[in-house]
Design a protein around this ligand. Structure first.
Ligand SMILES: Cc1cc2nc3c(=O)[nH]c(=O)nc-3n(C[C@H](O)[C@H](O)[C@H](O)COP(=O)(O)OP(=O)(O)OC[C@H]3O[C@@H](n4cnc5c(N)ncnc54)[C@H](O)[C@@H]3O)c2cc1C
Length: 172
């Protein structure tokens, strides 16, 4: 049987530790996307990763996730304030969304297809249709809106604590 080098295990551990440290401390070698000529890539060694500026696609996916999840939790019978909030949220997005072309395109969508938020079903269908209009303009496939409830659900949250109205009935 081959003799095991007693230091082999220790050397492997040291090597793997130093590799991990090196990958955590990977400072940018060259600027990526920049704002005003300054690289906005940032190493966060304590978190073990490098943060980079979002792409338009990543921002879009995150925003749609937020919007469809809001729609999934929109009440069956929204209050007047909740209907107003849903409309204002879309109007604000069409002004402040951090991609100017997207915001402008969305403003046009809202003009031709105003927000419908009289009920949960109406709002989630409206949002699905609005998302499909963006999809079409980008040459992406249409999503079957009758299946929007299967794709986007409420947050998984104990005791209804994520419901819009909240739930104060916590177990003792
Ligand atoms: C308000 C808004 C306007 C935008 N305008 C532009 C623009 O003008 N130009 C541009 O380049 N990008 C725009 N984007 C980004 C773009 O829509 C996409 O988010 C991005 O291109 C990434 O696309 P994706 O294929 O990963 O899926 P996304 O379109 O981001 O969708 C994410 C997920 O949602 C699901 N999904 C897809 N369609 C629907 C639907 N109709 N209803 C419900 N769920 C659906 C799918 O499971 C998909 O994987 C916009 C984003 C937003 C939020």
């Amino acid at each position: 049987m081959a003799q095991q080098n007693p230091f082999e295990a220790l050397m492997k551990t040291c090597e793997s530790l130093s590799n991990n440290l090196l990958s955590m401390w990977r400072w940018p070698s060259k600027p990526t996307a920049s704002h005003g000529g300054v690289s906005s890539e940032l190493a966060l060694p304590d978190k073990g990763y490098v943060v980079k500026p979002l792409t338009k696609e990543e921002l879009g996916r995150s925003t749609w996730t937020l919007l469809h999840t809001i729609a999934a939790q929109f009440p069956e019978k929204p209050t007047r304030q909740q209907k107003k909030d849903a409309k204002e949220l879309m109007a604000i997005l069409s002004r402040l969304y951090p991609c100017k072309d997207c915001a402008d395109n969305f403003k046009e969508i809202l003009k031709t297809y105003p927000v419908q938020a009289e009920s949960h079903a109406q709002f989630s269908q409206w949002l699905c249709d609005a998302h499909n209009i963006v999809n079409r303009s980008l040459g992406k496939p249409q999503f079957p809106c009758q299946r929007v409830g299967a794709r986007w659900g409420k947050l998984e949250c104990l005791d209804g604590g994520c419901d819009l109205e909240g739930n104060m009935d916590f177990p003792q």
